[in-house]
Design a protein around this ligand. Structure first.
Ligand SMILES: Cc1ncc(COP(=O)(O)O)c(C=O)c1O
Length: 393
């Protein structure tokens, strides 16, 4: 057949059928693999013959998942990890050395912020933050020892975008590695590698799983860099479990469908909130009022499933809104089929100081909704009722 479309590849691009003629891929829940004889064992250890040795290195289920993700992102190779943070850590620690420096967008995920500010300095790696919306200022922060630029677009929870084309041009000009966390968009919505990005990380815990069951992550990208990351991961041990890879490969079969529905529900909710008198501001990339709407519609095929908004009032209204929700879940996760509400100031971003939160636009009245796959009328009704109760208090 001609080259299959990504949707079809996600469904059909599975492991070769075994002698049991199964239709659905089997789960290879095994820590190690056997060898026909000592010669084969020696050849595989020497890398002269291909084959699985030990599941910390590779496993048929993690390989299948990795191949599918690489195809989706247009990447040369990758390594699946035990969580999104393990992927981000490997993409930095597997590459950078003592004395080197990295630039990071100020609007990175909370645990990434902890890696940059609390962990890397212990290993002699320094970093500086740059403002996500002011790419023209980034160049002045590049030092002779700068090796990497790390960013997230759109950001969590402010949904600010970074122009990947411009970031990539800057990285190329200075010979820097560009490392992008693509967890919010998924490869269905944007493919950073198409813009020249070198490394792409995902928390597969989010939309890739899509039903809030597994923790996982992946780094994909340029083969030479991935080789270093594979070496780092094989010997430090953040491998993805075969069980999680098996679930995640199955999840990919519905990723396109789900992202379309998450995005259409999220756009409808954003439009509803925008005209609500108790909401002072709504952030959603594909809303014409988003300050980077043009960039959002050219860089992102769909608007994604996250809507953030400010309720009139402050901490009391933010909390009351959360408490008044009846259907939507209160949870720190996102990318689930169930709609989830989060109050970043008191949860995901509570480890940041008030000033640090203010720098990335997180105030006490900010609420983030990960819009699920329920009927949009039910989502809107729950949020409408909660807003009415919250503003009365
Ligand atoms: C943008 C982003 N990157 C990375 C992570 C970390 O992923 P994980 O929880 O799978 O380690 C998260 C969420 O937790 C996230 O929202």
């Amino acid at each position: 057949m001609a080259k299959l479309k990504p949707e079809t590849e996600n469904i059909r691009g599975q492991l070769e059928r075994t002698q049991y003629r199964e239709h659905s891929v089997p789960l290879f829940m095994t820590s190690s693999f056997t060898f026909q004889d000592a010669e084969q064992m020696a050849a595989m250890f020497a890398g002269d013959e291909e084959g699985d040795i030990y599941s910390r290195y590779a496993n048929p289920n993690t390989d299948e998942f990795c191949r599918k993700m690489c195809r989706l992102e247009g990447a040369e190779s990758g390594f699946p990890t035990s969580s999104g943070m393990a992927a981000i850590w490997a993409s930095i620690a597997g590459i950078l050395s003592k004395g080197e420096h990295l630039l990071a967008s100020r609007a990175v995920f909370g645990s990434t912020h902890q890696i940059l500010t609390q962990i890397l300095p212990r290993f002699g790696i320094e970093s500086d933050y740059v403002e996500p919306g002011k790419i023209e200022e980034w160049e002045s922060h590049i030092r002779p020892n700068t090796k990497m630029i790390l960013l997230e677009t759109p950001s969590n929870p402010g949904l600010a975008l970074i122009d990947l084309e411009q970031a990539s041009q800057l990285a190329k000009k200075h010979g820097l590695i560009l490392n992008v966390d693509n967890c919010f968009s998924t490869p269905v919505i944007q493919n950073p590698i198409n813009y020249g990005v070198d490394l792409v990380t995902h928390s597969t815990t989010k939309y890739i799983d899509g039903q809030g069951r597994t923790l996982g992550g992946i780094v994909v990208g340029n083969a030479e860099l991935i080789e270093k990351i594979v070496f780092f991961c094989r010997h430090t041990g953040p491998a993805m479990s075969p069980f999680n890879a098996w679930i995640l490969s199955k999840s990919l079969e519905t990723l396109h469908l789900r992202m379309e529905k998450h995005s259409s529900n999220a756009l409808a909710l954003a439009q509803y909130l925008e005209q609500h008198p108790s909401v002072s501001k709504v952030m959603y990339p594909h809303l014409p009022s988003h300050p980077q709407y043009e960039l959002a519609t050219s860089q992102m095929r769909l608007g994604g499933g996250i809507v953030s908004f400010f309720i009139n009032g402050g901490i009391v209204q933010g909390r009351s809104f959360m408490n008044a929700l009846e259907m939507c879940s209160l949870s720190a996760n996102l990318g689930d089929s169930r709609t989830i509400a989060t109050h970043p100031a008191t949860s995901t971003h509570s480890k940041l100081s008030e000033d640090e939160r203010a720098d990335v636009g997180i105030t006490d009245s900010l609420v983030r909704i990960s819009v699920g796959l329920e009927h949009i009328d039910d989502i809107v009704e729950d949020i409408q009722n909660a807003l009415s109760k919250a503003v009365r208090e």
